[in-house]
Each structure stands twice: as C-alpha cells, then as structure tokens.
Design a protein around this ligand. Structure first.
Ligand SMILES: NC(=O)C1=CN([C@@H]2O[C@H](COP(=O)(O)OP(=O)(O)OC[C@H]3O[C@@H](n4cnc5c(N)ncnc54)[C@H](OP(=O)(O)O)[C@@H]3O)[C@@H](O)[C@H]2O)C=CC1
Ligand SMILES: O=C(O)[C@@H]1CCC=N1
Length: 279
C-alpha cells in the first residue's frame, strides 16, 4: 500500500488521517509532518502513525498531501521540492489548501509534478466528507483516479473544473460551519425559552442528523428514484396554518436566504483573494 504523507497536522490534516485510520487503513502507511511538536505527539499518540520531517515525507510518499494554511503553502512546498526533484517516480501532490491554484503549486515543484486540487470538509473525520477534485496540468486520469480512491475511503468525491473550486470551497468546504452555527443558534433559542441545554442539544443534533438523512436518501420526498428536493422536504414539514409556517415566515422576514447568499459570496471571494495573495 503506498504511503500517504500529510504536510500539516491541523484540523483538516487530522480529519483526513484520522478518517483514513477509522476507515481501516494501516497507520504504518500514513505519515504526518507537523510544525508544532506537541500537536505531532498528540496525533501520533491518538492514531498510531509516525511524524517525520518534510524531507523524509517527500522521500517516502506515494501521495503527498498539502494541508497547511494557504499562506504556509509556498514554504511547505519549498521544503519538499529538492527531494521530489531527485526521485525517479514523482508522487502525486494533493493540495487541500483553499484558494491556491494548481498552477501556483506546480510552479514551485519540479516540472511535470502531477497536482490534484481538492476541497474537502471536516466530516471526513467520520467518513462523511464531500471532496471536490480538479486536476492540474500534469495530472492525468491515473492520478485523479488514485486521489479519488484515497478520498472515497472518507466520504464522497466529485470532479469539477478548477474554475469552480472557489465556489465549492464556499459551499461544501466552509459549509459545515454554517450548519453548526444554525444548530448552535437553535439550541440557544431552545434554552432561552426554557429547555435544559442537554435536552435542547439532543433534540437539535438528532434533527440535523435526521434532516441530513432525508436529504441524502433517494425518493424521500415522494418522487421515486429522484434526488430529494429540499423545497419538497420542507413543504412536507409545513402543515397548513401550523408551527413551521409561522417559523419559516419569521426566517424569511429576517432575510435568512439573502444572508446565506451573501455569506456564500463572501466565502467565494475570500477563496479567490487567498489565491491571489499566496498563489
Ligand atoms: N479546516 C477546514 O475545515 C478545512 C481546511 N482546508 C484547508 O486546509 C488547510 C489547513 O487548514 P486547517 O487544518 O484548518 O489549519 P490548521 O492551522 O489547523 O493546520 C495547519 C497545521 O500545519 C502546521 N504547519 C504550518 N506550516 C507547516 C509546515 N511547513 N510543515 C508542517 N506543518 C506546518 C500549522 O502549524 P502552525 O499552527 O504553527 O501554523 C498547523 O498545525 C488550509 O489551507 C485550509 O484552506 C480545506 C477544507 C476544509
Ligand atoms: O475557512 C477556511 O478558509 C477553510 C477552507 C474551507 C473551510 N475551512
């Protein structure tokens, strides 16, 4: 089994490595390179893979994953470039960094290094990732398929043209945070109206899980075989003259849809700006 080496053992690095271990991957086929020694020790203790330096990761990797903050990408690539240049078979480089174009990564690596840009999300840790992939100039079907196979172990994958990556980042990359904020706000509202916090938390988390299940179960909106439509699922909850209609009216009056559209646009624009700044 080829070695997967991850540069950066932060939140998304852990989500990938921990998700792979949970999916049954042998930790001896995984490596992490982490700048913060205490964090490296925490990860190796928790999951059983080894922490190494960048040069060793570049020597041993079959797939080299870049999971540092966008501003740290240039320095992280500089640390592996010379070792990669000396290898006969170049590993695929899989970048998880928001905003950074494949061309910018390729420019800092030896010529013809296959690069795949991926926007993952943190549900990877529990095998429920959405990973959005785009190949760079030197990545062929083989490298793209290998990246897909690796990431399929921790969730779903989809290919998009690289021009759609900033928007994918705004929807599925950052998206879990929008859902968590919604859950937090619902729990707080329940507590404000008198429910004990543990009860409010259980009600809301089970509701988010159940709604997610309906959204992802074909036919759940009554249309056999079709992908569920959120609007139809929402209508099924909304009894005439009932409680849901009252709540939805209040949400529309407070501009929830517009707020989400503005939020997704802000995230997309930030991804573009990160690419311009650090790419
Ligand atoms: N968190 C998320 O949900 C998602 C994140 N991403 C992308 O993943 C990348 C990482 O994000 P995230 O995990 O949140 O960030 P974190 O800051 O949690 O993790 C990055 C880690 O890498 C360390 N680091 C920095 N430079 C190096 C280096 N040269 N070699 C090894 N380790 C290094 C950092 O140390 P230090 O703290 O000292 O800098 C930090 O511990 C970003 O590019 C982000 O855009 C993509 C999708 C989702
Ligand atoms: O907030 C960020 O920039 C990263 C990218 C997507 C999710 N987290």
């Amino acid at each position: 089994m080829e070695t997967v080496a991850v540069l950066g053992g932060g939140k998304i690095g852990e989500a990938l490595l921990g998700g792979l271990v949970s999916a049954g991957r042998d930790p001896s086929s995984l490596l992490v390179v982490e700048a913060v020694a205490a964090r490296a020790a925490e990860l190796t203790g928790r999951y059983g893979f080894a922490a190494v330096d960048a040069a060793e990761a570049a020597r041993r990797a079959g797939v080299l994953v870049v999971a540092v903050k966008p501003g740290d990408v240039p320095a992280a690539l500089d640390e592996v470039r010379d070792v990669l240049a000396g290898r006969d078979a170049r590993p695929a480089v899989v970048s998880l960094a928001a905003g950074i174009p494949t061309a910018a990564i390729e420019a800092r690596l030896p010529e013809r290094t296959p690069v795949v840009r991926v926007m993952p999300n943190t549900p990877m840790l529990v095998g429920r990732a959405m990973c959005v992939l785009s190949p760079g100039a030197a990545a062929g079907e083989a490298e793209l398929a290998a990246a897909e196979e690796l990431l399929a172990a921790v969730g779903r994958t989809v290919r998009v043209p690289e021009s759609q990556q900033d928007l994918a980042t705004a929807l599925s990359g950052s998206g879990p945070a929008y859902v968590f904020l919604l859950a937090e706000a619902m729990i707080d509202a329940g507590v404000a109206l008198g429910l004990p916090r543990p009860v409010a938390t259980e009600l809301v988390t089970a509701t988010v899980e159940g709604a997610g299940g309906l959204l992802t179960t074909p036919g759940s909106d009554g249309r056999e075989g079709a992908a569920p439509h959120p609007g139809l699922l929402r209508e099924a909850v909304t009894s005439p003259g009932g409680t849901t209609a009252a709540a939805l009216g209040a949400l529309e009056a407070d501009g929830l849809r517009a707020a989400l559209a503005t939020a997704v646009t802000a995230a997309r624009d930030r991804s573009v700006a990160l690419g311009r700044q650090y790419g």
